[in-house]
Design a protein around this ligand. Sequence first.
Ligand SMILES: Cc1cc2nc3c(=O)[nH]c(=O)nc-3n(C[C@H](O)[C@H](O)[C@H](O)COP(=O)(O)O)c2cc1C
Length: 187
Amino acid sequence: MSERRLVVGISGATGIAYGIRALEAARKAGVETHLVVTPAGQQTRAYETDLSARDLAEMADVVHRPADIGAAIASGSFRTIGMLVAPCSIRTLSAIAYANNDNLLTRAADVTLKERRRLVLMVRETPLTLAHLRAMTAVTEMGGIVMPPVPAFYLRPATVDDVVDHSVGRALDLLGIEQPDLPRWGE
Ligand SMILES: Cc1cc2nc3c(=O)[nH]c(=O)nc-3n(C[C@H](O)[C@H](O)[C@H](O)COP(=O)(O)O)c2cc1C
């Protein structure tokens, strides 16, 4: 078994393309992915892509059901390099912020924090309420990284794919996953 394992959570915020691109990039980098998609994430998949649930599952090495709180990724003894939630809804952010481990995604995120591993949340909502900001603060205080997928215009993105690729590349950077194709300022 590879010890270069990444847990990927897809929740029901708009922007499932971020999660899909992360799975593709992790596979390209030789990282084993463990995927959990919430029911709302499956809804956005249907709204935003032509992929079936099976197509999405095939993009990961291992797929876990959100209700399977006995899965490997629910335990800190299962070693991973960390976890990316892409996209991360406010509901999932809030559950993580307050250790409300009500499904496998939020349990795996809590495990990532308690084991002091890297947790990156691509939170997507705007505008933000005080409740959203407080939840982001709580996650940050625990060592998690809140990384809203905000485009960088200095790279002159020409397509939506360019915008998605850049945000996902920066998120995978935070997890220490090699991104040889990521355009970098000054390089
Ligand atoms: C098309 C669509 C887009 C949504 N976009 C967002 C969003 O950008 N951010 C967000 O926090 N919630 C968004 N939601 C609402 C979440 O899906 C909803 O709060 C859900 O309960 C989240 O559940 P989860 O965190 O378990 O995935 C969206 C819902 C739909 C149907």
